[in-house]
Design a protein around this ligand. Sequence first.
Ligand SMILES: Cc1cc2nc3c(=O)[nH]c(=O)nc-3n(C[C@H](O)[C@H](O)[C@H](O)COP(=O)(O)OP(=O)(O)OC[C@H]3O[C@@H](n4cnc5c(N)ncnc54)[C@H](O)[C@@H]3O)c2cc1C
Length: 803
Amino acid sequence: MSSPGIHGSRRNAKRKTIDSSDQATDPSFKNIRRCPHSGCPTKVPICFAGATERCAGSGYTSRWYHTSAAEHYCNECFEHYYRCHKDGYEVYLSWKKLWSTHGTTDASIRMFMTNSVLPFWVQCRECHKWRQWSKSTTPIPEFLKNYVCGTMASGKKSKLENPCEVPEDQRVTLTRDPSWTHLISSLSYMKNSPAWPYLTSYFPDKLGMCPSDHEVFKERKTPVMHKYLQPFVEADSSEIANGVAPDVMEEQEMDEFPEYASIPSMYLAIRNICLTLWNLNFKEWLTKERCATQIICRGLGRVLYIESLDKVLWFLTRRGLINVGLLSVPRSPQSSYISNKFIKPNPSVIVVGAGTAGLAAAKTLQGLGLKVTVLEAKSQIGGRVCDDDSLGVCVPMGAQILNGALNNPIAIICEQAGILVNSLSDSCEVINVNGELMDKQTDERMDFHFNAILDIIADWRKGKELTQDTSLLAKLKEMHQQFLDESQLSFTTDEQKKMLALFIEEESLMNFHISNLEFACGDTLRNVSALHWDQNEDYPQFSGENLVLPAGISQVLSKLAEGLDIDLDTKVTKVDYGEETVKVVSENGKEWTADKVLVTLPLAVLQDKDVEFSPCLPEWKSKAMKSLGVGKIEKIILRFPRPFWRKKIKDCKVFGHIPEKQDNVGYFNVFYDFSTDKVDKMYLLVTHLTGSALKLRDRLDRDVVAACMEVLKALFPEETVPKPLDYFVTKWTKDPYSKMCYSYVPIGVDGDAYDIMSQDVASKVYFAGEATNRQFPQSVTGAYVSGVREAHKIFSTLVEDDT
Ligand SMILES: Cc1cc2nc3c(=O)[nH]c(=O)nc-3n(C[C@H](O)[C@H](O)[C@H](O)COP(=O)(O)OP(=O)(O)OC[C@H]3O[C@@H](n4cnc5c(N)ncnc54)[C@H](O)[C@@H]3O)c2cc1C
């Protein structure tokens, strides 16, 4: 097959007897056949195949075959491949074999023509005009990146003095018509898709990839993605946050890209390529330019795909699926998806609070070109992420664990910034107050039993109204009994004694599990909703290993804060949003004005109305604010001269304390070994007070530590437990700028409250923070995600929508 050059087939041009535009305008011209495809706008088709000397070119043929609004082949070329006595038949046959082995779509001659004969189109790097290129050579990314008008498939240059001055082929404009995708009669699939190696369990054509590429990929080595990244999740496996089903166009995507509704596999092909490229290199902003060189397919469809890339990339960025973390938006003129025009010059935003949510939002907004000022009451950033280095080693006073590394944006930031992370093993030895390690069998049995009870509770809540809600503790007790009755499980007397002890105040593993749940909720289970305590589990969660950052999560926040305008020691007292701009006032009377304000105050601070809103927040907002629970935990950090616990618990980094009686639930339930063995005498244990145990926090630190030491002595009677060299007892609940650890769902409330918390007021006051994130509440990750979410929301209101 010959190369058509930049104007289409030379042979076509030679064979033209009458100018095609004349034909189109001269109704008296008889010797013309129109494309029979209903709605096809092309009056005079041109054969793209040029496969035989008899090719009709743009002249008469007994039948035109329609591929798209601007792509047709003549009956002569059809016969050339289709008839067994013709020269092209063998070519078609071998393609057909390959296609039907690896694909599901019909290996028809039409499919062959589209995916094996249709020419490629390329875009000039300099003038950005589209040019028809070769039929026989699949362009490689490097070529597509550097293509300039006049470059032939042979590599030779055209003789034209300034090939960029040649007008663009008019057929290109047809791809921009909304009806283009509806008029496609056979799809041109992606060639050499970089997503292919990660999607081998699918039929490639279902995902818009060319089945005949199978042979190509068979030979190639698959580049390995980072272990914390898993962009694709198969529909029948459990969902992972920020993982997408490669074969499903989500509802949001359908809404955003209606132009792909008739060809969803092509959207999937593009989206999956973008996700793959980002996940293979998450240290660089994924640009349209980078993706465009990997979107390779035959025909004019490529024009549409490349031209919709901006929108796809922007959508995926807003969804937090690509361009996550510390990367800055490139300011190149080609990156048009953020060079949208601002509605007014220099839009500005004030962010109240320099915790995780505030910093994430400010970083994102600044990256998008907005003027951002962060106001923080404390003399340091971080909020509930606070690490103390006074001992010469990092002591996490607030958040310390990242739950679920897979696709977790904080884990990605750590990798981008070279921040060291360690995985935290799941294993936890459990010890009773007589110092006995719980045997594995009983431990596992109780684990199973506890989870079974939670499952029964999950079953019970189906179809229940909020008015039927009750406390999680009450339900646990009830279901425990019901489970025993219904399952007829015969526990040993010893096990029964241990389990039933929950209700008769004896030592019980059950208390340990309850204690753990109280830690997760930040309050006694008497206050927690049985119906909705785990409402976020209805949404995909971050999974995989849990991580600790030896130098503290505050490292991540310092990275986010780099280059931001942050006013520390600035306690905001009022947010006035009654005028066109928003006015924010601090305790010392200083004022700031901006187009928008983002409030990231902790829930408890909002509930206590420490910041006045003028006008008052609407009732729907304040009602949701009041309804959510304010969880409270305090940490006790002890430094010892030696790791006396290790002889018993061996390599475990976590050990649990089975409380003696239910009254002791919440007291020092789990101990984390946060030692830095590399530094002498830096043997740290971190534990907590939760729920009703918080009454201890009113005592002196030394009394709290004494109570904790009593527990440790009971757990390790065989040891002479040394006195701690240092200790810290946190005061989060008394900290006027926190007053809490994290939110929870109390009795009679559901997850909607989180959604309402996230809604803006009057398109001027926006809210972020862990208590505004229904899917990932309570966590640093959730706070981060909420900050990015609001940044995009604010940005979208300040720019003209030119998508
Ligand atoms: C003891 C403890 C342990 C935790 N453990 C974990 C864990 O292991 N893993 C995990 O993921 N999460 C954990 N969390 C929860 C996690 O820390 C929070 O969910 C997250 O940090 C909240 O971030 P945020 O931005 O929503 O709020 P914050 O970090 O609280 O930020 C709010 C900011 O607003 C500032 N502010 C308050 N009032 C004013 C005012 N009037 N004017 C100006 N600024 C003001 C505050 O000083 C603060 O900086 C823990 C929390 C605590 C307390």
